[in-house]
Design a protein around this ligand. Structure first.
Ligand code: HEM
Length: 55
């Protein structure tokens, strides 16, 4: 957890499908983005989070 309260996405091991679900619906302290982003935008953001991963 970073200082902002958001999860450190460098450490995420979720699949693309699971990331899409968390971004769409939210989870615990994470807010939902379904009212802000289209399904296509959410998938694009979820794919982007893979580029943040620790190698
Ligand atoms: C562009 C914005 C964001 C994206 C793409 C994003 C994406 C994600 C993803 C993919 C996960 C799942 C990580 C995992 O379990 O491996 C996650 C979890 C989480 N996010 Fe976000 N997030 C965003 C914004 C935020 C914000 C603004 C907050 C709160 C300040 C937040 C708080 C959290 C928390 C607390 C979790 C862990 C949820 C849990 O404990 O079940 N996120 N986020």
């Amino acid at each position: 957890m970073g200082a902002s309260g958001a999860y450190n996405l460098q450490e995420s091991e979720l699949s693309l499908e699971e990331r899409v679900l968390v971004i769409t619906k939210g989870r615990n302290a994470m807010n939902a983005f379904e009212s802000l982003l289209s399904p296509e935008e959410i998938e694009a953001v979820a794919k982007y989070t893979f580029t943040l991963a620790d190698q």
